[in-house]
Design a binder for this molecule. Sequence first.
Ligand SMILES: [Zn+2]
Length: 401
Amino acid sequence: MKAIIILGDGMADEAVDELGGRTPLQYAHTPCMDKLAALGRNGLLKTIPNGFHPGSEVANIAILGYDLNRVFEGRGVLEAASMGVDLQPGDMAMRCNLVCIDNGLMRSHTSGHISTAEGADIINFLNENLGTEAIRFYPGVSYRHLIVVKGGDKRLICTPPHDVPMHPVSPLMVRPDHPHATKSAELLNNLILHSQEILPNHPVNKLRQSEGKLIANSIWPWSPGYRPDMQSMHQLYGTSSGAVISAVDLIRGIGVYAGLENIPVEGATGLYNTNYEGKAQAAIKALSIYDFIYLHIEAPDEAGHEGNVSLKIQTIEDLDRRLLSPIADAVLNSPTPIALAVLPDHPTPCAIKTHTAQPVPFLIYKPGEQSDDVMQFSEVDAITGSYGIIEGNQFIKYLIN
Ligand SMILES: [Zn+2]
């Protein structure tokens, strides 16, 4: 049976006082989700395995049924894949932020949201000046770039720069987590210090400075990893073909390793203004071509990070009406059977503005399958669903088999 997953990033939440103790999912007007919950079966899925941080990369890999202990290599390698960088055995890839350090403090982990063109200029300049046979920088989007170190040892302690706003950076330099990684740590720290010598005078920074903007005066590498040992969805589950639709590099990178084709959609931004209708139409078209579709919507997570309850409700209602509804129509009227699942990857509760590791509600609709008694899609209703609480690859197996 063909299958489609519709994933609302960070859509799960907690009871909110101003909503009368309901969650945004309970409060939002979501007739389509509720109809599918009533027609299908429901449950809770543990998407963050013990010992892992509740990141989107972790949760989305887990939802596809991969064993995180085997395949997790951090964020850099996933972004590398979505950027088309083919990592070889022995290549260590890391996210390389362009950051602004001011008086020894981490002033901005985004260099004041430097533009993609400015970032590319600086990354190319770094390649000319600091690049070697073994060290290569790759330009990405805005402040988010990549560094690949041939023969690097990933056993390093690195600090994500967004976790340390206005912290002194000198105690946060790269440290070895194993004696064999000492050389890699030294190499990276030398690169950081070199970048701080040559970047302030770069024309892009001179111009930004004259315009009163923050400058990109340092690199900040973190999240080291090797090419993940991920089998494709085809190898694991026998799906003959699959595709991913997402505006987010991490998700597209997971798709590359999972053997899913990337379907770009014009106007897909990863924000509230994303092209919901375009993504829905792309998914419906893709269902006629592929066996398996992974459709990811980032907007609810962004609203959660802002702590904006009404915006989160709006993103959930937009997802329901503008995206899920046309897809559900296509699925329910399809002459060939199609299974459909709706779920978040993790909660991003507005009250705490960050991810948690709580299990998330999910629904699976399969044509011809007996429904359970759940009538509404929410964190609370899903507790009584007939799937119960599941983890590992149970979700994807239930959906695909
Ligand atoms: Zn997420």
